[in-house]
Design a protein around this ligand. Structure first.
Ligand SMILES: Cc1cc2nc3c(=O)[nH]c(=O)nc-3n(C[C@H](O)[C@H](O)[C@H](O)COP(=O)(O)OP(=O)(O)OC[C@H]3O[C@@H](n4cnc5c(N)ncnc54)[C@H](O)[C@@H]3O)c2cc1C
Length: 385
């Protein structure tokens, strides 16, 4: 649903301007230095990038799902670190609060998340809890009067090195292995017993810090329970991830669009055997396959976003979007490296192409691996949906 086409176009132009004038000129440096300088983060705050999905009542832009997908397809046409910096605030670090937080929690956190004053993150994954996050969950929350004591380790948590508030999933009922035995807590960074590990050394997405988070007798009051009631943690996480999966699908589309542009430029300029390589039909086939797959992903994502905005059940469609778009981005990146030849493999010659190739590899792994989405789709199909 697009509420006001002119307002959306202004937002998209704002994002394009940022990508063109700020992000792309700085992305090689961010990749090299593994950090986005604070002046650029301030620029993102001024442009309102931290609050896209947060309701207007709390200082955000209150974008619909369709509007958010359009915005994501623009911001992801530069190195992934920029959108990841704001992406937990306008995604997994705020969504559970939006959907299930108490009024007090919303008032306390959402305006500051929307402005980018504070950074949020979602801490669910653990060393033994990946795809099977419920079965493998080891972090415990033990009641202690009107407080809870958390113990456990979270792994691969985006923006944990920067985060001010952590949405944490823990098992709060040791006798209940189901979702209703879990609770989500909002825990602030300076809480005794919470500590953050060193940054993981990642294959790509340099400048987007990800680390472990440790809870060692971390004591928090009842008021830290997301939504105020124990036993609803898994529901909160799944609601947050369902929205995030369509978000992520749209974030897979931007790099593919950018890569195809790079591939077209190279195909026009690079000469072999006295001709531009774009004149060779086998190169043309790769370009055509990229274009078809990008447009197929875009159409599927926007159709699903509209259905979600209309209140339809999009559980299977969201899995299709995330699965197809993340795999599509991988195939597009691979073809563009091929079109670049040796330059596509050498960071010093290939410009953004080798970096984007490494960046998009992550998409098939998080927010549900491709295999988990295949299983979801098949399960729902077999149930007759
Ligand atoms: C850079 C990065 C950032 C991340 N950010 C966050 C974050 O902010 N917050 C957070 O909580 N988590 C985050 N994650 C974690 C991410 O969501 C998990 O890595 C992902 O869910 C996969 O879990 P796993 O790595 O334990 O893999 P595993 O679950 O161990 O999977 C390994 C392989 O087995 C396959 N597999 C597993 N189970 C099945 C099955 N039942 N059927 C078929 N195949 C199966 C998988 O598809 C995969 O191929 C991040 C991860 C990375 C790498």
């Amino acid at each position: 649903m697009i509420r006001n086409p002119a307002a959306l176009e202004r937002l998209l132009e704002n994002i394009r301007d940022f990508v063109r004038t700020v992000a792309i000129p700085n992305e090689a440096r961010v990749d090299h230095e593994h950090v986005i300088d604070e002046a650029i983060v301030d620029e993102m705050r001024r442009r309102g990038f931290f609050g896209w999905s947060i309701p207007e009542a709390f200082g955000g832009a209150g974008l619909t799902t369709e509007e958010l997908c359009h915005a994501n397809m623009e911001i992801s046409q530069c190195t992934a670190a920029f959108r990841a910096r704001a992406g937990t605030n306008t995604g997994i670090g705020s969504e559970a609060i939006i959907q299930m937080g108490t009024d007090v929690q919303k008032e306390h956190y959402l305006p500051r998340l929307a402005s980018g004053e504070i950074t949020g993150c979602l801490a669910v994954t653990e060393p033994d809890a990946g795809s099977d996050l419920l079965g493998g969950l080891r972090t415990t929350a033990q009641r202690d009067g009107d407080h809870w004591i958390l113990n456990g380790t979270k792994r691969y948590i985006t923006n944990a090195p920067l985060a001010d508030v952590f949405t944490v999933l823990a098992r709060s009922d040791p006798n209940n292995t189901g979702g209703s035995g879990t609770t989500a807590f909002l825990i602030e960074r300076n809480t005794p017993g919470l500590s953050v590990g060193p940054e993981h050394r990642k294959m790509g997405q340099a400048g987007s810090p990800v680390s472990e988070v440790y809870f060692r007798d971390c004591r928090v009051p009842d008021s830290a329970i997301l939504g105020g009631q124990p036993g609803r943690g898994f529901t909160a996480v799944m609601k947050s991830l369902n929205k995030q999966r369509i978000n992520l699908a749209s974030l897979c589309t931007g790099p593919a669009i950018r890569l195809l542009q790079e591939g077209l430029t190279h195909a026009r300029q690079r000469q072999q055997s006295g001709r531009a390589i774009g004149e060779f039909q086998l190169v043309q086939a790769m370009l055509a396959d990229c274009k078809v797959e990008i447009e197929a992903a875009r159409a599927l994502i926007l159709d699903t976003a509209r259905k979600r905005d209309d209140g339809e059940d999009v559980t299977m469609a969201v899995s299709m979007c995330k699965y197809y778009a993340s795999e599509m981005a991988g195939r597009v990146a691979d073809r563009i490296v091929q079109i670049f030849g040796g330059a596509g493999y050498c960071e010093d010659i290939g410009g953004s192409v080798p970096r984007l190739y490494r960046d998009v590899r992550l998409f098939r792994l998080y927010e549900g691996t491709s295999q988990i989405h295949q299983l979801n789709i098949a399960k729902l199909l077999l149930k007759g949906q």
